[in-house]
Design a protein around this ligand. Structure first.
Ligand code: NAP
Ligand code: MG
Length: 401
């Protein structure tokens, strides 16, 4: 069998634990037998990040910017326990956070839908992609506990100018204690977010929903609305060509609408809304093992991954030689997402269609009744075949071949 040639390299970022085990298998069974591809390999395992003082993460992110498409395995974000477990020099930052800030990107989470895995929300027929603005607001705020009478003010001192003050609250009398907070965002970050959202939606041909609470927050939230509207105006002719539209809603209206809709759109959310709603949508669709994630930079560079972590609990069992039934679908779709995008950017339809064939093999395997334990609990297929981590991948490889 002759292999399909991929024109431009793909950046590959290896990871940790159960997902690292799955990762090697995906490459060996599903990708390398069929593709002739130059993989720029970066080992982002926690121990190698430690050895390189995390330089490998920075290098990998820069490679994604250079080559335009990357695929990443899940990685450990070390906490104190992990520092002890692996004798690390320190609690290195989250690799995803590092890559996100270098690529200045937005994360889009997309569920994989299957005919025999019904969403918990009956109305949903097509994937709902959630885009979260992962910068600023309460995630970069300053907070204060107010322990007695006094004024809390917002002060802005322009360089070389006089301070401007706004009274937040005068704490006094029986209401003299409480809490206060200050937060911010920047036009640059909101603008990058808007650009990434429209770039993604145009690529995938999805209608866009955006929502804030600008009836209440007349300056802060209104700024988001204005920047999104400006982006929508700038992309009007591209959107018309792609047959997609942009809709602005109040967040509470959007939340009600989303439960009544069929799906098939891109839901762009401010930071906190996106944090909360992406978990709601993930759970509404079924399993973390079916949720993919892609980081898109404003100028159209892509990094694909599964939305779940390294599945530590399963890895502990695997280490003891016990059988596991870990779902590899989101990791496989990270690969097909990257390969499909590479094909699209390189204008090599044979590469894009290979990615689609792998996805079809996965979907056919599950829809014909073979699936991992997380899905046997959810499926409408009577007496499904319970596959372990490896027999599932074998079944997909057999279908693909
Ligand atoms: P997790 O790896 O997502 O796993 C949490 C639980 O969700 C699992 O124990 C399992 O439940 C279920 N699950 C997740 N993915 C699954 C799959 N593919 N197949 C079947 N079940 C799946 O989250 P975690 O245990 O909180 O985090 C583990 C490590 O991952 C941490 O070190 C964290 O830092 C890292 N992490 C990395 C990323 C990333 O790189 N993007 C994201 C999140 C977390 P049951 O045990 O009930 O079967
Ligand atoms: Mg959350």
């Amino acid at each position: 069998m002759t292999k399909i040639k991929v024109k431009t390299p793909i950046v590959e970022m290896d990871g940790d634990e159960m997902t690292r085990v799955i990762w090697a298998r995906i490459k060996e069974q599903l990708i390398l037998p069929h593709l002739n591809v130059d993989l720029k390999y970066f080992d982002l395992s926690v121990t190698h990040r430690d050895q390189t003082d995390d330089q490998v993460t920075v290098d990998a992110a820069n490679a994604c910017l250079e080559y335009g498409v990357g695929v990443k395995c899940a990685t450990i974000t070390p906490n104190e326990d992990r520092v002890t477990e692996f004798s690390l020099k320190k609690q290195w930052a989250s690799p995803n956070g590092t890559i996100r800030s270098i690529m200045d990107g937005t994360v889009f989470r997309k569920p994989i839908t299957l005919s025999n895995i019904p969403p918990r929300v009956r109305m949903w027929k097509k994937p709902i992609v959630v885009a979260r603005h992962a910068f600023g607001d309460i995630y970069r705020d300053q907070e204060m506990v107010i322990s007695g009478p006094g004024k809390v003010e917002l002060v802005y001192t322009p360089e070389g100018g006089d301070p401007q003050r706004l009274l937040i609250n005068n704490f006094k009398g029986s209401s003299s204690t409480g809490v206060a907070m200050g937060m911010f965002n920047t036009d640059k970050s909101i603008g990058s977010f808007a650009k990434s959202v429209f770039t993604y939606a145009l690529g995938e041909k999805l209608n866009i929903w955006f929502n804030t609470k600008d009836t209440i927050s007349k300056k802060y939230h209104t700024r988001f609305r204005e920047i999104f509207q400006a982006e929508a105006d700038a992309r009007k002719s591209d959107m018309d060509k792609a047959g997609i539209n942009y809709g602005y809603y109040l967040i509470d209206d959007a939340v009600a609408q989303v439960l009544k809709c069929e799906g098939g759109h891109l839901w762009a959310c401010m930071n906190y809304d996106g944090d909360v709603m992406s978990d709601m949508v993930a759970e509404g669709f079924g399993s973390l093992g079916l949720m993919t994630s892609v980081l898109v930079s404003p100028d159209g560079k892509y990094e694909y991954e599964a939305a779940h972590g390294t599945v530590t609990r399963h890895f502990r069992r695997h280490q003891k030689g016990e059988e596991t039934s870990t779902n590899s679908v989101a990791s496989i779709f990270a690969w097909t997402g990257a390969i499909g995008r590479r094909g699209q950017l390189d204008k090599t339809p044979e590469v894009t269609s290979f990615a689609q064939r792998v996805e079809v093999a996965v979907i056919d395997t599950i829809e014909s009744g073979t699936m991992t334990g997380d899905l046997t609990r959810l499926t409408t297929t009577p007496n499904p075949t319970h596959a372990n981590t490896f027999s599932f991948m074998d079944a997909v490889a057999a279908k693909l071949n």
